[in-house]
Write a protein that binds this ligand. Structure first.
Ligand code: BTN
Length: 260
């Protein structure tokens, strides 16, 4: 594992990465960051690990990542947000990662609703945002980011949908540099997000998504919805024009699959 000093050396941010906790192995960096946040740890604090024994994914899934090859980290944020804007936070994280990976690879990334980042059509980053409220006010949110950096192989179930930077470009990437670039991009967007404004974030995210205007399938808790992806709602939902009318969806997996 990189030391905290190595990760911080040359880091120019003022919020993200000012405090870093490093682990060779941990259950989940999100779980650890949550414990830290609930005891008042500063925003921008990062928990990073080489390996997670119980990495958490969206929709109750697990996040599997080869040890020592990827970036697995979580950071704490405490923005001042109205409750109806909390659902926009994943777009901040996804746009931040996309901007950073573009700087490192010179390739345009795609942002896929709700919070995946794709390279050449395959997922290279997953984001899990977990929020905590006190009397209906956001206390903190944990932004958990898993970037497939140097992983060479993916399991049968994933290999058609997942990729890594190394798999796409045929070389090994410096994870420290990518980490620092993500810290920088997050901070760039966060100056606005911290005060509840999402104009830049949503602009960056929307210009990297391909689904608007297209016919999509959304699978959500076993329910399959077909419709045209129209826009994002003000609170981060996906607005779908379905044969039965407009629906706003807040979770699920979207594909361009055709109705059967
Ligand atoms: C997804 O399902 O796409 C989201 C995956 C998020 C994985 C990251 S890895 C670092 C952080 N810690 C976790 O337990 N999960 C997130």
């Amino acid at each position: 594992m990189y030391s905290k000093e190595e990760l911080q050396s040359g880091l120019t941010t003022h919020i993200f990465g000012k405090k870093i906790f490093t682990y060779d192995s941990i259950d989940s960096t999100n779980a650890c960051a949550k414990t830290l946040a609930s005891t008042g740890t500063d925003e921008g604090t990062v928990v990073i690990a080489e390996y997670q024994t119980a990495g958490r994914g969206r929709l109750g899934r697990t996040w599997q990542a080869e040890s020592g090859s990827n970036l697995l980290f979580s950071t704490i944020i405490r923005p001042t947000l109205e409750i109806n804007k909390v659902g926009l936070l994943p777009f901040f994280a996804a746009a931040g990662v996309a901007l950073a990976l573009e700087t490192m690879t010179d390739t345009r990334c795609e942002c896929k609703w709700p919070n995946d980042v794709l390279l050449n059509g395959k997922k290279c980053c997953g984001i899990l945002l977990e929020s905590s409220f006190q009397q209906n006010v956001l206390d903190y949110a944990i932004v958990g980011i898993g970037v497939n950096v140097n992983q060479k192989l993916f399991g049968e179930d994933l290999k058609d949908r997942a990729t890594s930077l190394s798999q796409e470009y045929g070389r090994v990437f410096d994870r420290r540099k990518i980490f620092q670039q993500i810290m920088k991009s997050l901070e760039l967007l966060y100056t606005e997000v911290k005060t509840g404004k999402f104009e830049v974030t949503l602009h960056e995210w929307k210009t990297r998504t391909k689904m608007f205007g297209k016919q999509v399938t959304l699978i959500q808790a076993g329910e399959r919805l077909y419709g045209r992806a129209m826009s994002l709602s003000a609170d981060g939902g996906l607005v779908l024009a379905t044969p039965d009318g407009q629906r706003v969806c807040y979770a699920g997996d979207v594909t361009f699959a055709i109705q059967s």
